[in-house]
Design a protein. Structure first.
Length: 489
């Protein structure tokens, strides 16, 4: 009980509990502004929408003669307050500032939506999924190999009997519309928790990066202890449910065949008659499910890159600080040696004259110094001055232009009658755009549209370097068709 009490006390101090105690208009504004198909809203657009909502709310209260529910705060002040209370987070996205729900807010809104929905959570589809998962778990965890083989053979026999009935015409009907609609809604419910899991993993990684930077500034731990803490935190994160989800989805993204099968299955589901019973937002959620998860995956990958850069910077800066400490210690030792009293060694003979510490062999070596005979050294030459013509900026490859790349694909498809290879697309690129960054962008564009790369054949793409020379890049061959582009769109 004490352990559970400590967990609830920590939850009580967090943003999730605070959101459940907020006014209903706060939850209504957040649920309306953010959705599965609109996870991010630009800063100015969100302020305008929230301002219009507050004006309508105050007009309704004034017409009813009630005290203003939302007070007199502006939309910007309300958004700042929600960000401070960790209902929202602001982040840079593509050179602009956007608002986004935090992981706690996303889970609370999903929970409240399930409470206000009249849809039953106990459906035949969920019962079938539950039964199938339990049977699969029991079969795969059975240590008896013969029992597992027997269960698999029974399943194969059931499949063969189903195939026989379909061929004989004994069973022709599939799922009815209501059952199919329940199955689709069950899939949407399962997918609803994935964005919150990715948000939690992303927030944990950002906290790790922040803690590492604080340790770099404070120097409270040694380099080995800091690295051990970071690696241990990463190990615990990867072992969590969010980390396992991230690893599974990474494996899914690295398999183009699975992505094509998944996209084809979603397209077939949306083309069925029962899909008309889904709402517009639910249909868009299914259509953009892979794109949304891929974006979450890329955000986590970027944070991992920042963590790696921070670790590298920490190691280098720590080595630099150690070298500075060593040089300071050597300098202090040299100064301490100079401050020691100096005693000349005494010889056994009579002491000689101490004239500037010089040793004389005869008195003829002593001469008077005449300042007029001093020849001053020649004046140093003036420093070299550099003008604007001496300054030159180092050449660098330009960035790839997405609009030019899409136009080249469209022109190549039009010229090829709806089908074009990667070489034909490259020939449609302007000469000034045929550089190495455009090759990278072209390959990324084809992978994003689900085009399979044929590694058995290679396409030769000529491109220009910054010094004006031409080189040839050999990339896996690929063929893009107009049908695949329309399916992607």
């Amino acid at each position: 009980m004490l352990t559970r009490l400590a967990e609830l006390e920590a939850l009580h101090r967090g943003p999730a509990w605070a959101l459940t105690r907020s006014a209903p208009w706060t939850i209504a504004a957040l649920q309306t502004a953010f959705s599965r198909n609109r996870p991010q809203v630009e800063l100015e657009a969100f302020h305008d929408e929230l301002g219009a909502f507050l004006e309508d709310l105050r007009s309704r209260d004034a017409a009813a003669g009630q005290t203003p529910t939302a007070g007199a705060a502006t939309a910007r002040a309300v958004a700042d307050d929600w960000t401070r209370r960790r209902f929202l987070t602001r982040r840079a996205q593509g050179g602009r500032i956007v608002y986004e729900l935090t992981e706690a807010t996303a889970r609370v809104l999903a929970f409240l939506e399930s409470l206000s929905s009249d849809r039953s959570t106990l459906t035949g589809s969920r019962l079938g999924t539950l039964l199938g998962d339990v049977e699969k778990l029991a079969r795969e965890t059975n240590p008896d190999t013969s029992a597992r083989i027997e269960a698999l053979e029974a399943e194969i026999e059931e499949r063969r009997e189903l195939v026989r009935q379909l061929r004989a015409g004994e069973q022709t009907g599939g799922l009815d519309s209501d059952t199919a609609l329940e199955a689709a809604e069950n899939i949407l419910d399962l997918a609803a928790g994935l964005p919150a899991d990715f948000k939690r993993m992303r927030a944990t990684l950002e906290d790790s990066v922040g803690q590492l930077r604080n340790q770099i500034i404070e120097e409270s731990l040694t380099k080995g202890a800091t690295m051990a803490q970071v690696l241990e935190a990463d190990r615990r994160l990867r072992a969590s449910s969010e980390g396992r989800t991230f690893r599974s989805f990474t494996a899914f993204l690295e398999d183009p065949e699975q992505q094509l099968r998944f996209r084809s299955a979603i397209a077939e589901v949306l083309s069925r008659d029962f899909a008309d019973g889904l709402g517009h937002e639910e249909r868009e959620t299914l259509r953009h499910l892979v794109i949304e998860l891929r974006e979450s995956h890329s955000q986590i990958q970027r944070i991992y890159g920042k963590l790696s850069e921070s670790l590298n910077t920490y190691v280098q800066s720590d080595d630099y600080r150690q070298s500075v400490r060593l040089r300071d210690a050597v300098r202090r030792a040299e100064q301490a040696v100079r401050r020691l009293p100096y005693a000349r060694e005494e010889s056994g003979f009579a002491p000689g004259p101490e004239l500037f510490g010089a040793e004389f062999e005869s008195l003829s070596m002593v001469k008077l110094f005449d300042p007029d005979e001093l020849a001053p050294p020649p004046r140093l030459a003036e420093p070299i001055s550099f003008g604007g013509q001496e300054r030159a900026r180092s050449a660098r490859t330009a960035k790839a232009r997405a609009a030019t790349l899409r136009q080249a694909v469209a022109v190549a498809l039009e010229a090829g009658g709806g089908e074009a290879g990667i070489s034909e697309v490259w020939e449609q690129m302007p000469p000034e755009e045929q550089h190495i960054n455009s090759i990278r962008a072209l390959l990324g564009h084809l992978l994003h549209e689900g085009v399979r790369l044929d590694r058995s054949g290679w396409a030769a793409l000529d491109f220009a370097q910054v010094d004006g020379t031409r080189r040839t890049a050999y990339v896996p061959d690929a063929t893009i068709t107009r049908a695949s582009r329309e399916e992607e769109n």
